[in-house]
Design a protein around this ligand. Structure first.
Ligand code: GDP
Ligand code: MG
Length: 177
């Protein structure tokens, strides 16, 4: 099966999607290098991050792609979705609009990616609890309806970032083993 080609060498190709400024690049930096750049411009132009981790006693090389500035609706080209076995749909829990746009991003993703792709909905910036604009239940409901994993994260405080990536990668490998 086509989807599994990119897994034959234990490399998992995942894509990050979502509106601009929700924290995609910082989530990647936190996951891959345990870094958070206060000056976010430093990450512009970085196309993907890799990190090798152990899943079921196998070394898996996760390759996580960043849209790097192409975040306007429909600006992400179909080439970006190629070879994806997993995707992170990221919104900013302090920006309702970024959550409302998740349905569009999901539609784009489903229109371009393999139907077996594993998808995780991520509400980022959980450290800004007092500014919350998206109740957890709203996101949970959307995730259940659309069959997505769901997690709230903070790239700043490193909350749930590792768990989110591990969850999606473990599920990807569950499919093939
Ligand atoms: P991107 O456009 O989705 O790649 O977003 P960035 O990763 O560049 O982050 C956008 C802004 O949100 C930057 O100012 C980041 O410092 C900030 N940011 C990212 N993640 C977090 C987080 O978890 N908590 C807080 N408080 N700010 C964050
Ligand atoms: Mg970015």
């Amino acid at each position: 099966q086509k989807q599994y080609n990119s897994l034959t060498d234990n490399r998992a190709n995942c894509k990050c999607l979502g509106d601009s400024a929700v924290g995609k690049s910082q989530l990647l930096a936190r996951f891959a290098r345990n870094e958070f750049n206060v000056d976010s411009k430093a990450t512009i132009g970085v196309e993907f991050q890799t990190k090798t981790l152990a899943i079921d006693q196998k070394a898996v090389k996760a390759q996580i792609w960043d849209t790097a500035g192409q975040e306007r609706y429909r600006a992400v080209t179909s080439a970006y979705y190629r070879g994806a076995v997993g995707a992170m749909l990221v919104y900013d829990m302090t920006k309702r609009q970024s959550f409302d746009h998740m349905a569009r991003w999901l539609e784009e993703l489903r229109g371009h990616a393999d139907k077996n792709i594993v998808i995780m909905l991520i509400g980022n910036k959980s450290d800004l609890g007092s500014l919350r604009a998206v109740p957890t239940e709203d996101a949970q409901e959307f995730a259940e309806r659309e069959n997505l994993f769901f997690m709230e994260t903070s790239a700043l405080e490193a909350t749930n970032v590792e768990t989110a990536f591990l969850t999606i990668l473990t599920d990807i490998y569950k499919i093939i083993s």
